[in-house]
Ligand binder design. Structure first.
Ligand SMILES: NC(=O)c1ccc[n+]([C@@H]2O[C@H](COP(=O)([O-])OP(=O)(O)OC[C@H]3O[C@@H](n4cnc5c(N)ncnc54)[C@H](OP(=O)(O)O)[C@@H]3O)[C@@H](O)[C@H]2O)c1
Length: 173
């Protein structure tokens, strides 16, 4: 069974999404939105992203992919050894939760490998060019259509303004 996938990603104007294991910007408003959009859904992530979060997130089922046989996860987290296995575990979790999509939450390799299978992107465009070494290419407007746009916004404690954009894959892409 293949599940609908959505990316959820916050990206600087220079494509930077991470610095080492950490996020390259401080945006409490975006973290709140992340929680709201992912609540009740399975999360698919790579090992580094799981380690940077450091715990299973409540109200969601975490599926972590790692090819390292020595890597283990805490109870409650589901571990896959390959992307196909991760997709199968995420689809199973989606069924258990009664959810309608799997949220792909990073990092770079997982975003890249799942891109062809992904129908929707929840993109936070951060109006900043932070330093960082984890970089994604832009979502190509020839393939992706903007269906929602909110901002620029900046809440208390947010390091920079940002715009929420929802992208959907073009029918012919
Ligand atoms: N701004 C954002 O929205 C956002 C979101 C998420 C993460 N981030 C940032 O991104 C960075 C982490 O991302 P990252 O790209 O370094 O790492 P990552 O994608 O989270 O994890 C990479 C690891 O996941 C495993 N993996 C990924 N794809 C796999 C596959 N197809 N098969 C088997 N294993 C696979 C591998 O683990 P093994 O080496 O164990 O095999 C790989 O080394 C951090 O800086 C984080 O803060 C930013």
């Amino acid at each position: 069974m293949s599940a609908p996938l959505a990316h959820i990603v916050a990206m600087g104007e220079n494509g930077v999404i991470g610095r080492g294991q950490a996020l390259p910007f401080r945006l409490p408003s975006d973290l709140k939105r992340f929680k709201a959009l992912t609540w009740g859904k399975p999360l698919l992530m790579g090992r580094q992203t799981f380690l940077s979060i450091g715990r299973p997130l409540p109200g969601r089922i975490s599926v972590v992919v790692s090819g390292d046989p020595a890597f283990t996860v805490p109870e409650g987290v589901r571990l896959a050894r390959s992307l196909p296995e991760a997709l199968a575990l995420a689809a199973q979790a989606m069924g258990e939760m009664g959810a309608d999509e799997v949220m792909v939450i990073g990092g770079r390799r997982v975003f890249a490998d799942t891109l062809p299978l992904t129908a929707r992107v929840h993109l936070t465009k951060v109006h900043l060019s932070p330093e960082g070494d984890v970089i994604l290419p832009p979502y190509d407007p020839a393939l992706w259509r903007e269906v929602a746009h909110e901002g620029p916004l900046q809440g208390p404690g947010d390091e920079a303004p940002f715009t929420y954009v929802t992208l959907e894959r073009r029918a012919d892409a």
